[in-house]
Design a protein around this ligand. Structure first.
Ligand code: GAL
Length: 440
């Protein structure tokens, strides 16, 4: 028997068979990876040794989807780099930031992480020399012309710029369920706290949960919006620069308003995530929820329709003010994969990266040259407000207070949520400003 002939025969059958198989491929277009040369197609990115580890807390509810959309852009531009997504679950970074702090103290930083613009960045990572200045990237990418001038001072110290803002989120949003409001006769939108409380009295009497709330950081989020509504933007800003007295009667009124708002919340708040609380609204189980506009990303992921399944307005009494925060990415000092981290930062600061991330995340881009048509009706309204409103910073999301001050406020808040004693709470807030804020 001629071995050569048999081998060729088997080979031709195999080739024919594989041709038939590929012809039966269901008409789907091959992805670039599938059409690449065999070695490239099978080689996992780590075979090149190139990686980047990015740390955040975006693991679900619209947040992971936003991050994933930006990772797609990164991978298209950096096909030979393995992306290690080290997100740690827990809204507002409650768990993630503790994990990050441990890693930083052990000198094992991720290459890049999400750090809020403002005091969180400056008072923690810059102060502890954990992140590198990025002026070289700003110059190279022309970002100074395109990033908001209001934001640059919040990510800078001594002429150094320390992070790449990927978005602007709004904190003072009142989400509502239009059908629940209508069914209970709440047909005019409240414009101040008194009108809002009156509407919530009606809802409560009808057996509806007036205001959905979740775990403690969401209580701090509610508190900062009620303080803003009670004090107005100027005196609210004064809380953070020492010109508003935490012991004043105005602040006491703000805390009384906050205590009143808490009286409308669900009893199981402490055991709910922010997504659970927001979901109560779109499920028709609660009328309102005060939450940042990442809720928009979550509602979108749930397939809910703006203006039908959910409505929005500035928290009553805060119209004309945009209480903001900004997610930004940093470069670790001693980043194990510095070049790849810089490649990630370039995507985070790019128009393409931001226009992929933000329409899904429920935020507006930090860059001023976004393609507005990619953003839904809520986000377009947020863009208009960001451009025209008075801008103030968020406490719960790192803008106005450094970590030690915020953590003292949080401890005082935890006690207050348990005992509801306004005088003790106010005294603790005065003390917190003295020990860690500008009231020293
Ligand atoms: C904020 C963060 C947002 C969103 C939110 C809820 O601190 O800036 O991007 O993730 O927490 O987790």
């Amino acid at each position: 028997m001629n071995i050569k002939k048999v081998t060729w025969g088997v080979l031709s059958i195999l080739i024919l068979f594989s041709l038939i198989l590929s012809a039966c491929g269901g008409g789907e277009e091959a992805t670039p990876a599938e059409t690449a040369a065999p070695e490239e197609a099978t080689a996992p990115p780590e075979a090149t040794g190139k990686q980047v580890e990015v740390f955040s807390w975006w693991t679900g509810g619209g947040e992971a989807a936003g991050l994933d959309a930006m990772i797609v852009v990164f991978k298209a531009q950096n096909p030979d780099v393995e992306f290690i997504n080290s997100a740690v679950a827990g809204g507002a970074g409650t768990n993630a930031r503790a994990v990050l702090a441990t890693r930083l103290s052990q000198n094992q930083p991720p290459d890049s992480w999400q750090g809020h613009a403002g005091q969180e960045l400056i008072g923690t990572y810059v102060k502890d020399q954990k992140i590198e200045p990025l002026n070289f990237l700003y110059e190279e990418q022309g970002w100074l012309d395109i990033m908001p001038a209001t934001l640059i001072p919040l990510i800078s110290q001594d002429g150094n710029i320390y992070s790449v803002p990927v978005n602007i989120h709004r904190a003072n949003v009142l989400w509502s369920n239009p059908a629940v409001l209508e069914a209970n006769g709440v047909t005019t939108a409240p414009t101040n706290l008194e009108e809002w409380f009156a509407a919530m009295d009606t809802l409560q009497a009808a057996g509806v949960i007036p205001l959905a709330m979740g775990e403690q950081w969401t209580a701090m989020h509610l508190m900062e919006t009620i303080l803003l509504a009670s004090l107005g933007p100027e005196a609210y800003n004064g809380l953070w620069d020492g010109t508003t007295d935490w012991g004043s009667p105005e602040v006491k009124t703000g805390l009384e308003n906050y205590a009143k708002a808490l009286g409308y919340t669900n009893t199981d708040a402490g055991s709910l995530s922010w997504q659970d609380a927001s979901q109560l609204v779109v499920d028709g189980k609660a009328a309102y929820n005060v939450m940042g506009d990442w809720a928009q990303g979550f509602f979108q992921e749930l397939g809910k329709q703006p203006n039908t399944d959910y409505g929005w307005a500035p928290v009553p009494g805060t119209s004309g003010t945009f209480q903001f925060l900004s997610d930004s990415f940093v470069l670790a000092v001693g980043a194990p994969h510095r070049d790849e981290a810089i490649a990630w930062l370039k995507v985070a600061g790019s128009k393409e990266g931001q226009d992929a991330f933000n329409p899904v995340k429920g935020s507006i881009p930090a860059r001023s040259d976004a393609d507005k048509t990619l953003y839904n009706v809520y986000l377009q309204s947020a863009m208009d407000d960001w451009a025209s409103n008075t801008v103030v910073g968020s406490l719960a999301h790192g803008v106005v207070a450094n970590d030690s001050w915020k953590s003292e406020i949080d401890t005082a808040l935890g006690l207050f949520l348990a005992d509801k004693n306004i005088d003790t709470f106010q005294a603790a807030l005065v003390a917190a400003c003295q020990s860690s804020g500008p009231c020293q």
